[in-house]
Design a binder for this molecule. Structure first.
Ligand code: AQP
Length: 332
């Protein structure tokens, strides 16, 4: 079976629909076809400033949500990044073969740094994509299921794998991004020209899986739509309606063409009302299951402990090989 690795940051009290449709939904599918490793990347979550108590809580909420949307610890390895010290260890080695200019060209870093300002921008935020490369390469992943916003980081990962292998001998598998075109970028409901995002979206622009479903329904109904009245899929001229169609199609497993046919001659209001209902029915069981997992933190911690052990069995082998190849003495 090909190997996959992906991660999600515990930086909010809930995942949003973009996280789910762009990435996590594919994780669930791939656990049945791949040797899958998924992690809650808490090391990444401290790059922008955080509160320790909130972080701890969000790490548990993230793991609970991943189980609630369908990850099965019998089918995949689910773990918390900080439980596996090899991530930080390999991150250091990779940072020593990454150019300063190369890391500085990462668009996500530039965006976040420009918003935070120089005094609040950490070195951790700068080296974030290098740690991400370590996450992936440690597991010798063949594929990395992510949203479109991660494509550049994946390119860096590939460059680093290639460079390391060329300089120090074959050590890492070359990973490929696994990006499903239809849902690679879910847009903000209030500004459908930007991606739905924890940090950049306004509260009405983002659907959180764990928020009150009535609130989600309201947000769908007040989503910005476009001029004209026809329901058409046209990303350029009708980004708002197109985004709603993408979400609708993904949640119902229907083709966009089928939806266009069903809504021919009908208005935006009908589309929004129906999508709101679909969404409410979709999130309700996820919320119930998340609550069940959170109500039993001992069991959740056990799942994560087993996951960390399985993850270490793989990552320790890769790290040892990388250390050896880079020239570190083996401990006697
Ligand atoms: N809008 C999106 N559409 C499709 N995929 C998305 N992802 C994030 N936003 C969208 C994918 O979700 C996965 C987890 O991402 P993350 O943990 O890195 O989350 P994030 O980047 O912190 O999420 P945000 O909302 O994008 O946060 P900010 O605004 O802080 O950058 C990834 O695979 C990502 O591609």
């Amino acid at each position: 079976r090909p190997r996959v690795l992906s991660g999600i940051q515990p930086t909010a009290d809930s995942f949003h629909l973009g996280n789910y449709l762009g990435a996590v939904r594919n994780w669930v599918a791939m656990q049945h076809t791949h040797d899958a490793f998924y992690c809650v990347v808490d090391l990444h979550a401290i790059t922008m400033g955080h509160d320790p108590k909130i972080l701890r809580n969000r790490s548990r909420i993230s793991a609970a949500q991943l189980l609630a949307v369908g990850l099965d610890p019998e089918q995949c390895t689910l773990f918390v990044q900080s439980h596996v010290p090899e991530h930080a260890q390999l991150g250091w080695v990779l940072s020593c073969i990454t150019g300063f200019g190369e890391a500085g060209r990462m668009v996500q870093f530039k965006d976040k740094a420009s918003k935070a300002g120089q005094d609040s921008t950490t070195v951790g935020l700068f080296s974030y994509p290098i740690l991400q490369a370590a996450d992936i390469l440690l597991y010798q992943a063949d594929q990395v299921p992510v949203g479109e916003d991660q494509r550049q980081h994946l390119e860096l990962t590939r460059d680093l794998a290639q460079r390391f292998n060329t300089r120090f001998g074959k050590t890492f598998t070359m990973p490929s991004p696994y990006i499903v075109k239809d849902t690679a970028k879910i847009f903000d409901l209030q500004d459908p020209t930007i991606k739905m995002s924890k940090s950049a979206s306004s509260p009405n622009g983002i659907i959180e899986l764990l928020e009150d479903p009535a609130r989600s329904a309201k947000k769908i109904k007040s989503a910005v739509t476009d001029t004209g009245r026809d329901i058409l899929y046209d990303e350029e001229n009708k980004p708002g309606v197109s985004n709603l169609l993408t979400i609708y199609a993904a949640l119902t497993n229907r083709a966009i063409d089928e939806l266009l046919e069903a809504y021919e001659g009908r208005g935006y209001g009908d589309l929004k009302k129906d999508l709101a209902e679909v969404l409410v029915e979709f999130v309700k069981p996820i919320q119930e299951r998340t609550k069940l997992y959170l109500d039993d933190p001992a069991q959740l911690d056990k799942v994560l402990a087993v996951g960390a052990e399985k993850a270490r069995a793989v990552s320790a082998v890769t790290l040892a090989r990388a250390y050896r190849n880079v020239g570190f003495l083996s401990p006697a």
